[in-house]
Ligand binder design. Structure first.
Ligand code: HEC
Ligand code: HEC
Length: 290
């Protein structure tokens, strides 16, 4: 199962696998028990047993569980969480008229606290009109271009990512519940295949790090399972909100493979698969990470 390059990256001993039914599960390095309670009132589900056949994880853990206690504390309080400042900024954009139709998001959707509840929890999702699996970013740009007569926002840009955070916050505490069957099935299968395919000079797959080695240290970082229920994510490293595809791009680059373009259907499919690995975890963004 392990190859030389992986040993090179981690300088590690063998990883044991064991089987549960027909699905083999990697021996896990469980994070310390901790409860994520936001603002002393909303408790998030940070661990859940995934449905069978989705991944090789015995338990899915929110990435928050792997962070240092100081970082954990910042995410537990909206006054401390710098990501929340961006959520407020996005509200200005929500109410701002833009484009040839003279409309704002609010003109059609009213208040986000009413119209956007539950949206984050179900995306990416099959969009009948587009005829493909769509992300929230794609929905936003679809509204901007076809309904507002406005310019699309850059897929991983600030306006887009902060708007996504405003929408995500409306689902905070709700369980991630993306559909992987019906018209979304082939996209999900493609995403899953991408997840387990070793690529790049280091011959690593997403699973090499995020399933076989979560809980272990890599350089100065503790590896998580690479869950996305907490996105967008405020990173202390760059002082802004980061989108899912920007994170994917960074991780692919770390394997020294050719990366995909944010917003490409490949990354959308990968996002659907990664979201499904965390079905049942609470939507917890904006998260705070290193
Ligand atoms: C002219 C009316 C109009 C405007 C303006 C508009 N939207 Fe929409 N939006 C719609 C319609 C219609 C749909 C599809 C039906 C639905 O889900 O409500 C939609 C769907 C969405 C969805 C998917 C919702 C879901 O439940 O799946 C998101 C997210 C969204 N819009 C965000 C935005 C944002 C952000 C803006 C401003 C940048 C915006 N929209 C501007 C009409 C509009
Ligand atoms: C060489 C190891 C490595 C590989 C391979 C890798 N990642 Fe990561 N990834 C990391 C590290 C290190 C971090 C930062 C610590 C953490 O949150 O796990 C990270 C973070 C993430 C996060 C953020 C998690 C959070 O809670 O904020 C996501 C999402 C992610 N990776 C997805 C992926 C995907 C998808 C792939 C495959 C395309 C991938 N990673 C491949 C090392 C890796």
């Amino acid at each position: 199962m392990k190859n030389k390059s992986l040993n090179g990256v981690f300088g590690l001993v063998a990883v044991t696998t064991f089987a549960i039914g027909t699905v083999s599960v990697w021996a896990e390095t469980a994070p310390k028990p901790a409860k994520l309670v936001v603002n002393d009132e909303s408790e998030m589900v940070t661990e859940v047993k995934p449905a069978e056949g989705i991944s090789h994880l015995a338990t899915a853990y929110d990435g928050w569980r792997f962070r240092a206690s100081e970082t954990q504390a910042v995410q537990s309080d909206d006054f401390e969480n710098p990501g929340m400042i961006f959520v407020e900024q996005a509200l200005d954009n929500w109410n701002k008229v833009d484009g040839t139709e003279g409309k704002s998001c609010a003109s059609c959707h009213g208040a986000p606290e009413e119209s956007m509840v539950g949206v984050r929890a179900s995306y990416p999702k099959w969009d009948e009109t587009m005829g493909k699996v769509a992300t929230i970013e794609m929905e936003i740009n679809n509204c901007r271009t076809t309904r507002m007569g406005a310019e699309p926002w850059k897929y991983t840009g600030g306006e887009m990512t902060t708007m996504n955070a405003l929408i995500s916050v409306q689902s905070r505490g709700m369980p991630v519940n993306v559909a992987i069957d019906g018209p979304a099935q082939s996209a999900w299968e493609h995403g899953k295949e991408m997840y387990y395919t070793r690529t790049g000079e280091l011959e690593l797959s997403c699973a090499s790090c995020h399933e076989q080695h979560y809980g272990d240290k890599i350089r100065a970082e503790t590896l998580s399972q690479g869950q996305i229920n907490g996105f967008p994510s405020y990173r202390l490293k760059n002082g802004k909100l980061n989108s899912i595809h920007a994170r994917f791009k960074g991780c692919v680059r770390d394997t020294r493979a050719e990366t995909y373009k944010p917003g490409s259907q490949d990354f959308v499919d990968l996002e659907l698969y990664v979201a499904s690995r965390g079905n049942g975890l609470s939507v917890s963004g904006p998260s705070v990470r290193n």
